[in-house]
Ligand binder design. Structure first.
Ligand SMILES: Nc1ncnc2c1ncn2[C@@H]1O[C@H](COP(=O)(O)OP(=O)(O)OP(=O)(O)O)[C@@H](O)[C@H]1O
Ligand SMILES: [Mg+2]
Length: 457
């Protein structure tokens, strides 16, 4: 059924008033329903969406202000228009502060009513459209909750789709915070195993002596504390996916045992004499270079090849900066979800800083910074002030210094690069460049001369 968006709910305890208003609005081809007081209105709202609630202020039962509070909290798609008797304008102002779209004073003039309703209707429809378009963008540039439109991310989505239904083991690599766990879940929930469990294990977080019984389970009496039989995580994941996070931290002894489980498709609980079959897909993840661990003999080569049938490499955020605006928008929507906030924008200056920054903590760091900004932001747009100093202070030039430090450039060379950049920025105007650099023109000419001399050698 196509939902008619032109829906108006009239709430008034005076039946005559309800009828008059309804007739006027029906005449304009709006779809109109009525309720006698706030509680009945809420019941209707719960059943079907309305674009406008036109409510009286004073009613027996739940009054207009209480209804407004509920609508502002749970039906943000609605614009509420408050009708007040002459002489209660203060209450009308209070209603506006609490989120009413507008107010009308009684006696209601038809013309005024129609203008206000029309305005509220347009605004509600526009809002709905924006919301719809936002959703479309995410549908186009995301895979489950993973956002990205850059080439490397589109390749990742493509790979997830192709491997999801196969049985192969997968190794996900990438720096911390690049979304490895998110990808592991996407694979699981897009595979035929989706209704069986996804069991994550962080190999670095469980003490070595416990890890074996955690993974494989144990039988009663296997060791002092083993008071009863216990299923391991492999068995918990039966039919589903076991996500072995930080696999490089798996102790050698357990690497051997894991290799056997993967090869033989069976496991043996600690202290058990017999093995039992398992059907578990393994997705492993690491943020260190596992090949190097293999070379250094810290990781078994045979296990490495077993786990790494297919590798999904997640790019660092700084390698795909074109994803930053989309991520900022998506993470912002996520962080205000369920809150009374309408921050949907980041001012350009702030976005520029976010684009300049190098993101050592990748998407997780960006997520934290956006969440912090949304919490601190007093207005509707995130500005520079809402960003932490570490971001606020990065500039293109800051990057220049960072790069110089990385390459350990001599001071002179850095100076030359800086001069060249400022000159470029000033469109070659030496006078302005000298001013920006805080040196006089003669000095600038001299330095440029020296640079030219040096480039000849
Ligand atoms: N492409 C993305 N789109 C949206 N959110 C993302 C994306 N990548 C990561 N995130 C979010 O960033 C956070 C970190 O992601 P995740 O835990 O998957 O990273 P990780 O690679 O496993 O990190 P670590 O190596 O530190 O465990 C999560 O909250 C996740 O939702
Ligand atoms: Mg992780």
């Amino acid at each position: 059924m196509v939902q008619d968006p032109n829906r108006i709910l009239i709430v008034d305890d005076d039946p005559e008033m309800r009828n008059v208003l309804r007739d006027i609005l029906l005449d304009q081809s709006y779809h109109v329903e009525t309720a006698q007081e706030g509680r009945e209105a809420l019941q209707r709202l719960a059943n079907q969406p309305f674009s406008i609630v036109l409510t009286d202020l004073r009613m027996k039962g739940m009054d207009g202000l209480e209804l407004l509070q509920e609508v502002a909290k749970n039906h943000q798609e609605c614009n509420l228009i408050m009708m007040t008797a002459f002489g209660t304008v203060e209450t009308a102002v209070e209603a506006m502060r609490k989120g009413a779209f507008d107010y009308l004073t009684k006696p209601i003039k038809t013309e005024e009513l129609l203008v206000t309703v029309d305005k509220a209707m347009r605004e509600a429809l526009l809002r709905r459209e924006v919301k719809y378009l936002r959703k479309q963008v995410y549908r186009e540039f995301s895979f489950d909750q993973i956002l990205g439109k850059s080439k490397p991310m589109r390749e990742v989505f493509d790979l997830i789709r192709r491997v999801a239904d196969s049985q192969t083991n997968i190794l996900i690599t990438g720096e911390s915070g690049t979304g490895k766990e998110l990808v592991a879940k996407a694979i699981h929930f897009n595979s035929q195993r989706q209704s069986a469990p996804f069991v994550p294990v962080n190999c670095a977080a469980i003490p070595e002596q416990l890890l074996e019984s955690e993974l494989f389970g144990h039988v009663r009496g296997a060791f002092t504390d083993a008071k009863s039989d216990k299923r391991g995580l492999f068995e918990e994941a039966q039919g589903g996916t076991l996500f072995l996070d930080e696999i490089s931290e798996l102790p050698m002894m357990l690497q051997a045992k894991l290799l056997r489980a993967v090869q033989e498709r069976e496991i043996r609980r600690v202290g058990a004499t017999r093995s039992s079959p398992i059907d578990v897909r393994i997705i492993a993840a690491t943020n260190v270079k596992l090949e190097e661990e293999v070379k250094a003999k810290n990781f078994r080569e045979d296990l490495y090849y077993r786990l790494n049938v297919i590798e999904i490499r997640l790019p660092a955020l700084r390698e795909r900066k074109e994803d930053i605006p989309l991520l900022v928008q998506g993470l912002l929507e996520k962080s205000i979800a369920g809150q009374q906030k309408s921050i949907h924008e980041v001012v350009e200056g702030a976005l520029a800083r976010l684009l300049d920054y190098q993101w050592p903590g990748n998407v997780r760091e960006l997520e934290n910074i956006i969440e912090r900004a949304a919490t601190l932001c007093p207005g509707e747009k995130i500005t520079l002030e809402d960003l932490p100093p570490v971001i606020r202070e990065v500039r293109g030039e800051g990057q220049l210094v960072e790069d110089a430090v990385d390459r350990m450039l001599p001071l002179e060379e850095l100076e030359q690069t800086y001069i060249r950049r400022i000159l470029e920025k000033m469109g070659g105007n030496k006078y302005q460049a000298a001013q920006v650099l805080g040196i006089d023109r003669k000095t600038l000419y001299r330095k440029l001369g020296e640079m030219e001399e040096r480039s000849k050698v």
